[in-house]
Ligand binder design. Structure first.
Ligand code: ADP
Length: 485
């Protein structure tokens, strides 16, 4: 429990509303367990719809004064939050390992990534600017102001418990919006520690709130409530679609970071080690539980056998265990349903003729651990190429021509990330242009950082997070038509 933290004040097991901790949930409590050990971590209050409404009211009341603060003030407060996150990075990482299961080194990487958005948008807050345009008539001026959208609701997933919150909250607060966050039920402690640090940083009461409760109850209120002007979500396409439907009645602005089914293309002229390492970097981060994780590799016939052999050698050597153990590279999956999905995808692939090159079964470390697996002889007919697997399985499809590979890569309703490995410059440009995805890794498996625009096309989402564009998602334009000017 909390003794694992060097600052036990970061262990919070109550919701955070209007600058106060609320431990009384009108809809009961929820038990939180460590996925690696099954040990009970905490009991958390569950809000009913009325309590969620109360949090929205608090965010609404805080919005007026917050938006009127000079941008430089908001920037300073965000900078303070960033500094505290950096100072307490190890404790935040411990909480992530405890409730989410990723290896400690990866958890520290996530905290640095999460904090980078707060630093970046603290800087961007000062650079919000509008426009003045040449008017078509004499004596007139066209002025465009940027204004904060208002109260924003954020619904976030468990796989990156810190970063998926800061990537939303930092631009929202920088723009002058206030926020109510509903973290995933699996990972509330990280969210609450972030709230504690926001509180210590002096972010005013009501500006940043964290509510806890059953997804349908909280999501239902946040989408129905007319005071919420924007919904920003990261999670499955299925739930994103539902939230858009529910938000239609009150015409909310929406940003959606949804599911992916990222293809990774390796051409004959690629550097073998670079391609294998790049695939492992994107595939095995967080034990395959990332929306931009390469879900399926397409490897050209000339390099295929060498690629599969090298891949299996390296994947077979990945160290599996609890996140706090030395040198561990693969943690547990988040829950039993995740393990079932992985098993189902492997069984379906094998039934359709795929071969298990390494792994393929549950791991003796515990019920939620799975062996890092490589499959060859995979085809487009299998579930593993059509659905997001979200686990440590690397399926390899062999291809002959560039056109064939691009067609298979694009044969999906998703369009989040794609990766390609080749040396020929013309091919790199041509294939990058042809791939239907919001983000493309060109000879790299690592694409995420605060400076680049993160987001998808097709049914992978709406809008972009991070970068100079990210703050626009939390601002409206107001046009002033001046006469006699
Ligand atoms: P994942 O596969 O990452 O769990 P989900 O889309 O199920 O993806 O979950 C992402 C977030 O959406 C979580 O915070 C979850 O609690 C929330 N969520 C799930 N179902 C609903 C719902 N019906 N309404 C609102 N939020 C939901």
């Amino acid at each position: 429990g909390r003794d694992i933290l060097s600052d036990t004040g970061l262990w919070r097991d109550a919701a955070y509303v209007n600058g106060a901790w609320v431990s009384d949930g009108k809809a009961g409590t929820m038990d939180l367990c460590n996925p690696a050990t099954g040990a009970m971590l905490a009991k958390l209050p569950q809000f009913d719809a009325g309590q969620v409404r109360g949090a929205v009211d608090a965010a609404d009341a805080a919005f007026g004064p917050w938006r009127l603060r000079p941008a430089k003030d908001r920037a300073k407060l965000l900078r303070g939050w960033f500094d505290l996150m950096t100072e307490h990075a190890e404790d935040l990482a411990r909480l992530i390992v405890l409730e989410e299961g990723k290896p400690f080194a990866e958890a520290k990487g996530e905290v640095a990534y999460a904090a980078s958005f707060v630093e970046w948008f603290a800087e961007e807050a000062k650079r919000i600017r509008g426009d003045v345009m040449a008017a078509p008539e004499a004596g007139r001026r066209i002025v465009v102001l940027k204004e904060p959208v208002g109260v924003c609701a954020a619904i976030t997933p468990w796989n990156f418990p810190a970063a998926m919150i800061t990537r939303k909250a930092a631009p929202a607060l920088a723009a002058g919006c206030t926020m109510v966050v509903k973290p995933a039920g699996q990972t509330p402690l990280t969210a609450l520690a972030l709230a504690e640090l926001a509180d210590r940083a002096g972010i005013p009461a009501g500006v940043f709130n964290v509510v806890l409760g059953r997804a349908r109850v909280v999501g239902g209120e946040l989408t129905a409530n007319p005071k919420v002007r924007k919904i920003t979500f990261t999670g499955s396409t299925e739930v994103g679609r539902l939230l858009l439907e529910q938000s239609a009645a009150t015409i909310k602005k929406a940003s959606m970071e949804l599911g992916g089914n990222a293809p990774l293309l390796v051409f004959d002229d690629a550097d073998l080690d670079e391609a294998v390492d790049g695939f492992i970097a994107t595939k095995y981060r967080n034990t395959g539980q990332a929306c931009i994780s390469a879900n399926r590799a397409y490897v050209q016939a000339g390099i295929h056998d060498a690629f599969v052999a090298r891949l299996a050698e390296k994947v077979g050597a990945l160290k599996v265990g609890e996140g706090f153990e030395d040198g561990v590279q693969q943690g547990p999956l988040i829950d039993a349903a995740a393990v079932e999905k992985v098993k189902d995808h492997i069984a379906d692939a094998v039934a359709h003729g795929a071969q298990v090159v390494c792994g393929g079964a549950t791991h003796n470390r515990g019920p939620l651990f799975f062996q890092p697996t490589v499959l060859s002889g995979v085809t487009q007919a299998m579930k593993i190429t059509r659905e997001e697997t979200f686990g440590p399985i690397a399926p390899v499809v062999k291809f002959e021509t560039e056109g064939e590979a691009v067609a298979m890569a694009n044969d999906t309703e998703f369009g989040l990330a794609a990766y390609l490995f080749a040396r020929d410059g013309a091919r790199l440009w041509r294939v990058s242009a042809a791939l239907e995805a919001g983000m493309i890794g060109v000879n790299t498996g690592l694409i995420s950082n605060e400076v680049a625009p993160f987001g998808g096309i097709k049914q992978s989402g709406i809008g972009r997070e991070g970068s100079v564009y990210g703050i626009d998602e939390f601002m409206e334009q107001k046009y002033l038509a001046w006469a006699g000017a």
